[in-house]
Design a protein around this ligand. Sequence first.
Ligand code: EPU
Length: 429
Amino acid sequence: MDRIRIRGGAPLNGLIPISGAKNAALPLMIASLLTEENLELGNVPRLADISSLLRIMSNFGVDHSIAGRRPGQSSETGQTIRLTAKNIIDTTAPYELVSTMRASFWVIAPLVARFGHAKVSMPGGCAIGTRPVDLLIMALAKLGAAIEIEGGYVVATAPKGLIGAEIDFPKVTVGGTHVALMAATLAQGTTVIRNAAREPEVVDLAECLIKMGARIEGAGTSEIVVEGVSRLGGTSHDVMPDRIETGTYAMAVAMTGGDLILDNTRPEYLQAALDVLGQAGVEVSSTHGGIRIRRNGNGIQPVDVTTDPFPGFPTDLQAQFMALMTRANGTSRIRETIFENRFMHVQELARLGAQIRLDGDSAYVDGVAGLKGAPVMATDLRASVSLVIAGLVAEGETTINRVYHLDRGFEALEAKLARCGAQIERLRG
Ligand code: EPU
């Protein structure tokens, strides 16, 4: 297995191009199941999760082609993938495939909406919590799908098609909103989704669906209204920039000091996180195509943070922010309200010398003067990258094991950081 080795201490200076968002690309790819025409997606990041979803889609009979790289394009330029779900031969997503990536459960929505049948394995728990799918199932049931659980599979049937309905989510769910939105596009009549997730990835999906012919209003607010149509067509769409990758590199330069331009991204996608960085003493400004982050000389101030659905502080940046706070001049409290068990990075940060106490949903981080390199490993994507951020300032060498977690969600991580001065390399295992 590959490992990443970092020698800490170098500041980050230069420019990092931000990739397309994994968490937008995945539902967009799944939306191709709603039409027999071609869906062409640009700016798709080269990530293990994208390849896993392509395998699952191929199993259904979806054809795909990936446009060749043009002269002058680097391996970090997003790829263009064309998906065609014309000849679907199977509407079953087996456990072996769904268990590798939870978002693949979302295929249930377009499959039942277009073909009247889907059989998808329950995804099971994962490192960051139990992560049930009850609300996704509730949304499909409201739209008239008959749901049965058989041998670990959710079987959804609607032989006469789905019917518009009112869906009130008791808690904000990104996946639930994606599922309700996709299913409602082909349902007969009007669907109202209340307490919808307002994440930019929901807006990106809605914009693509609208280009495919869907009638959607209110995406980006907590109430989305969908008028069902009888069929959707093909289109081309570019995946939005990755706000979590953007925030991760912003935390990294806040940690190391230096001056970084994060290019091809948008500050409004992560304003809450940028505000917090400002309070921590980091200079944040907008550039023509992105964001500039600087910290020169000043120490890092402690800031209390609570994770919340968008537009709040994202849970997917909580681990990275905790890494930053390990070096703050004082104590910060970090509260996790989205997932009940997303603190696995705490023990690993402690191996580098961090002082963190856990109490229920909160972590209290006492800033220390320095971290010391050590071998570490993490159990999920965002936790792994928090160890990279800590390693960038830890004295000596930090080796991060289980790099496959990073490969699921960060395109060309070591190349992007190394170009800006980090001493980081991949050791092939
Ligand atoms: N929840 C339920 N029942 C449901 C669905 C969700 O109780 O049926 C709970 C979850 O257990 C959680 C909360 O609701 O406590 C929010 O979960 P949500 O459905 O919003 O999460 P998700 O759609 O499964 C996406 C991202 C996650 C990100 C969360 C929250 C993708 C592919 N995944 O997950 O990203 O943390 O939204 O913003 O978009 C990551 O990229 O590392 C990652 C975990």
